[in-house]
Write a new protein. Structure first.
Length: 248
């Protein structure tokens, strides 16, 4: 998992440097609105909405924006978004999962398919690569919140399945069934996490050469920059040298 975590951390930092805040806030607001519409508008009673609000706070999204997005869910003129999962193969045969919220299925499918094709990959059918990932819950904390041992002990006591700790922080994994309870237990002990959401965790990662890795990172950028795309997951590892080059 080291390579996967390393890749995620680099992409997160790069995203913070490069992404326009307005686009980022738009994606966060879309998730908040959909979460509020599917459940109750109270984050305390709606796990998905709470996770969306936490994500927005991590990115310093203004409180007014968050409240506006929640209220939008109950409005009669609110937009309707479809949740769609796209699966395919990127350069080097790397498995890629894309989660999207879109108000235009045809546009989203066309754009995402073109990104895969231009990168030398191809978009597949639903289920074509998902079997290579575990759909699981993840709760993330900054490294300074607790020592590796303290986080591991707390996670085990809460019923988590796995913990990956590094200088980038702590990643606690829990099954979909226990995710909410584990998140609550950790929050009671360590405070609000920087992230709490369902994720696609690769069962194994594939090491790629720098040429292929650069193509893959560019594909990740194209996908992440699209307005309809909420999350992108992949199962590859790249070299430290390429991480330094692309992350710097």
């Amino acid at each position: 998992m080291a390579g996967h975590s390393q890749f995620k951390n680099i992409m997160h930092r790069k995203g913070r440097q490069d992404a326009q805040k307005s686009k980022l806030f738009g994606k966060l607001a879309r998730e908040i609105t959909v979460a509020a519409k599917l459940g109750t508008p109270d984050p305390a009673m709606n796990a998905r909405l709470r996770a969306a609000v936490v994500a927005a706070r991590v990115e310093n999204m203004p409180k007014d924006n968050i409240e506006r997005a929640i209220k939008k869910a109950s409005g009669s003129d609110g937009e309707n978004y479809d949740e769609i999962r796209y699966e395919g193969y990127g350069p080097g045969g790397v498995a890629v999962i894309v989660e999207a919220l879109t108000d235009n299925r045809n546009r989203a499918a066309s754009d995402i398919r073109s990104f895969f094709t231009k990168s030398g990959g191809n978009l597949g059918e639903t289920g074509s690569v998902a079997f290579m990932f575990d759909h699981t819950g993840i709760i993330e904390y900054d490294a300074k919140v607790a020592s590796d041992d303290a986080m591991l002990d707390a996670a085990i006591e809460a019923g988590a399945d796995d913990v990956v700790s590094s200088e980038g922080g702590h990643e606690v994994y829990a099954s979909q069934d226990t995710f909410r309870e584990v998140a609550k237990a950790l929050e009671a002990k360590f405070g609000e996490p920087r992230k709490a959401a369902l994720t696609w965790k690769p069962q194994n990662t594939v090491a790629v050469d720098d040429e292929t890795g650069e193509k893959l990172l560019k594909l990740m950028d194209l996908l992440n920059e699209h307005d309809d795309v909420q999350n992108v997951f992949a199962n590859f590892e790249v070299s430290d040298a390429l991480i330094a080059k692309m992350g710097g």
